[in-house]
Design a protein around this ligand. Structure first.
Ligand code: IPE
Ligand code: IPE
Ligand code: MG
Length: 226
């Protein structure tokens, strides 16, 4: 039986290089990248097998970037959520996040929580944005929560202590040519099928995603068995 691509996660990398290649400032790549998020999300919402799309938008390490770029990304996210809300509603998409947004401005936190609230009953697809997200940070915070509640963790209950329960990843894609995980979803990618493409995120298309899903369906997932 073919594999089911229930949960797709993407490291959306290559925005800066896409822009630089065109002689544009890096932020133009982020702008174009946001448009691709819409295309890919709509594609996934229209594929009933796909239930969760998790997108790496800002890592716990991305604060190291110049303040101007960080500020731009925050503003872009705020504008984007404002603009996308009608799309989430129209396409029946639930908006969720993972990561520690307590480091974001109060306004941005309000916008994020408002979008979550307005879309919480939507059913076709859950789009999860990873915001100020680090796989290590998520694991450490989960351990602390379990300790506070004095509950012994095991492999089955550990995810209960994460910010958001989204389950294991089936397909992990990284655009932009680098072959690394960059602290994304460490716990949940234990048995994900990995796909690396040289395409910069602003050039990524639903057609390329379709091809990846086709290849995924043919792969043999053994999960340690034979
Ligand atoms: C990924 O693209 C987007 C974010 C990290 C916000 P980059 O900005 O890392 O683009 P490159 O890798 O420098 O080309
Ligand atoms: C990973 O990309 C983070 C996001 C896509 C949000 P980076 O560009 O930050 O990763 P490195 O620095 O190349 O590992
Ligand atoms: Mg990068």
């Amino acid at each position: 039986m073919a594999n089911i691509p229930r949960h797709i996660a993407i490291i959306m990398d290559g925005n800066g290089r896409w822009a630089q290649k065109r002689g544009l400032p890096r932020i133009k790549g982020h702008e174009k990248g946001a448009e691709i998020v819409r295309e890919i999300t709509t594609f996934c919402a229209n594929h009933p097998e796909i239930k969760i799309l998790t997108l790496y938008a800002f890592s716990t390490e991305n604060w190291k970037r110049p303040k101007m770029e960080v500020d731009f990304l925050m503003k872009l996210l705020d504008n984007w959520l404002k603009k996308e809300l009608p799309t989430y509603i129209k396409e029946d998409i639930k908006f969720e996040i993972i990561g520690d947004i307590s480091k974001f401005s109060k306004n941005l936190q309000d916008r994020i929580n408002f979008t979550k609230e307005k879309t919480k009953n939507n059913k076709k697809l859950t789009q999860v944005l990873a915001l100020n997200y680090g796989g290590r940070d998520e694991i450490i915070r989960a351990c602390k929560r379990a300790k506070e509640k004095n509950i012994e963790i095991d492999e089955n209950n550990f995810e209960d202590f994460f910010d958001t329960k989204i389950g294991d990843v089936d397909i992990l894609i990284r655009t932009g040519g680098e072959k690394r995980i960059s602290n994304f979803l460490l716990w949940r990618i234990a048995y994900a099928e990995l796909f690396f493409t040289d395409t910069f995120w602003p050039d990524f298309t639903s057609n390329e995603l379709k091809n990846i899903i086709e290849e995924f369906k043919k792969r043999e997932r053994r999960f340690g068995g034979i």
